[in-house]
Design a binder for this molecule. Structure first.
Ligand SMILES: [Zn+2]
Length: 379
């Protein structure tokens, strides 16, 4: 996306609500290059420059000015001669100096925003799933694929007790012992749910086993950006687990996200705890690994930026992601051992963690961190 790094106007409908957090987030990414405007305040020259437009489609009054190959109609939009009228239909359109994130409802806009990786000129979400994606063919059309159809054509569907279905890439050559996997995963899930006092989610998740990084990237909708956890080979997104290849530990890890996030959504939960709650259980099941990780936690004891990781949800997946994966489960153990699992879950849910620290742990955040540091030396 060429837009990043140049002065960019971030615009939204005049009456747009519910997008403030998203817009502020984008603006802070652009830093000094960000100019915020409402649609009505946009001048002709603004339309000629770099523009990020975010908003519900029927709230946008000057659609034609954006000069896209997307036609708006009464209850939706038309792309590639295909009509999208469902309230959950949304899209991301990327041009040399445009990014437009829109859709038929606020939910659709948010779904589209979550799906944006910048890898394609057009990307459609329908009912929370990525469907069409592709690039410009000519002035009015795109070459595109339907991700959901690729699942049918390129994957074999296997019935499963724990998943709504398992989709195995037709190019995946290894064999999976399903009964063994099912037994192991079922007992692991029981352990995980009982530790966190959670119920099994009512709706099952599907699982895709890919045979290479390219398949993994495309089918998960991450495209070129396959690394939410850097070197990770799996993740849980939009009600689906994706793994590059198969190993039981990886599936357990991703399945844990599904179990935990179902009750404790990631909205206010920093990556440090999203991963930490899983690694805590991994550590319980592997004493040697736990001991190694305590050493890592000690090594980074005084240099880790706890405020950024926990309060600001920043830098987890950065250059120290491997250390962070090691430390997060140790920190979660501290919270659970000292304050109990309910307090930990409430902390994950809390939107203002600085204030909530006092409510839940009866001390301020700095004291909490200091106490953790002392606890580390007692292990
Ligand atoms: Zn993870």
């Amino acid at each position: 996306m060429a837009i990043i790094g140049r002065q960019t106007t971030i615009a939204s409908p005049d009456n747009g609500t519910g997008l403030e957090a998203m817009l502020a987030d984008y603006c802070s990414t652009f830093g000094n290059n960000c100019v915020r405007k409402t649609e009505a305040a946009l001048t002709d020259s603004d339309y000629a420059k770099d523009l990020l437009m975010v908003g519900v489609l029927h709230d946008l009054k000057k659609w034609v000015q954006l000069k896209t190959p997307i036609t708006t109609i009464a209850n939706g939009f038309i792309i590639n001669d295909k009509t999208f009228k469902d309230s959950a239909d949304g899209f991301v359109y990327v041009d040399t100096n445009r990014i437009i994130i829109s859709g038929n409802s606020l939910k659709a806009v948010k779904d589209a925003q979550l799906a944006l990786t910048g890898g394609h000129d057009i990307l459609i979400v329908q009912n929370g799933k990525i469907t069409y994606f592709g690039n410009r063919k000519d002035d009015t059309h795109f070459d595109w694929f339907n991700l959901q159809n690729l699942k049918e054509s390129n994957y074999n569907k296997v019935e499963s007790e724990l998943f709504s279905a398992i989709y195995i890439s037709k190019t995946f050559k290894d064999t999976i012992d399903y009964p063994k996997l099912n037994t192991e995963l079922r007992s692991y899930a029981r352990q995980f749910l009982s530790i966190y006092k959670l119920k099994m989610p009512a709706k099952k998740i599907s699982w895709f086993v890919h045979s290479n990084m390219n398949e993994y990237g495309i089918m998960s909708g991450m495209f070129g950006l396959t690394c939410p956890g850097n070197n990770s080979a799996g993740f849980s997104i939009r009600g689906e687990i994706h793994t590059n290849g198969f190993n039981t530990g990886l599936v357990k890890h991703e399945y844990s996200h599904f179990l935990f996030d179902n009750a404790i959504p990631q909205d206010n939960n920093p990556a440090f705890f999203v991963e930490g709650c899983v690694e805590y259980v991994t550590n319980l099941n592997d004493k040697d690994l736990y001991n190694e990780r305590v050493e890592v936690a000690r090594k980074f004891r005084d240099t880790l930026n706890y405020t950024d990781l926990i309060i600001n949800n920043r830098d987890f997946y950065g250059q120290y992601s491997s250390a962070n994966y090691s430390i997060c489960g140790v920190f979660v153990k501290y919270l659970i051992d000292k304050f109990g699992v309910e307090a930990f879950k409430n902390f994950c849910l809390a939107d203002n963690k600085k204030i909530k620290t006092k409510d839940l742990f009866k001390m301020d955040f700095d004291t909490l961190v200091n106490n953790y540091k002392s606890w580390l030396t007692t292990l």
